[in-house]
Design a protein around this ligand. Sequence first.
Ligand SMILES: Cc1ncc(CN)c(N)n1
Length: 235
Amino acid sequence: MTVPESFQAFLNENPDAAFHDWLRESAEPFWTKATAHRFTEELAEGTLDPQVCARYLVQDYAFVDSFVSLLGYAVAYAPAMPQKRPFAGFLAAVTSEENDYFLRSFQALGVPETQWRDPELAPVTAELLSVLQDSGRSGSYPQVLATLLAAEWSYLTWGLACGDRRPQAFWMAEWIDLHALPEFEEFVTWLRDETSRVGAAATPEVQQQMCRTFRHMMQLEERFFDHAYDPEARR
Ligand SMILES: Cc1ncc(CN)c(N)n1
């Protein structure tokens, strides 16, 4: 089934749909591949190879650094306090609890400080960082929303799919917790509604740009998980 290229055409076929439904459906097959990846399944089952996890976390710590800057842009571009506040709250959580998780995990997994402080970026990480940086510098609130929503909604989706499964090792269990906690779900639900509110009112050109960015992000999210298993892969 092909997804209509414009949000208006999608709405004509699905009158009750929200803007975020169009984003997600337009991002297939990457949405499904990234939210039901072998990596997150092994994480839930506790069978993830510590080396694979370490490789992933080193790259992800570089991602998170740029992601925090993108959240800073979201605070700046958000139209008023009711929108700035959720971004500021999430920014505080990522720079405290989540940062603390990374540092403890690097220690537990034996990752030397030089490696996580100054990592060699994988091509997919470099591409992700440039999408985050371009979105941040675009001056466009819709563009920042589309980028953030792809990253956070996809992580919430696999986080919730883990259900009650929590492996013994904290570096697996807490990574699931961070993406399945009620506070995280509340933030992502708000972000989805905000993106739909802004996207539905945007011009068709801006809607197209949001859709392209969301899809590109999902393509990179899948490759990012793949890289943890096959660091030599170039695609
Ligand atoms: C690559 C990636 N995408 C999303 C997330 C969720 N913040 C993350 N930690 N890393």
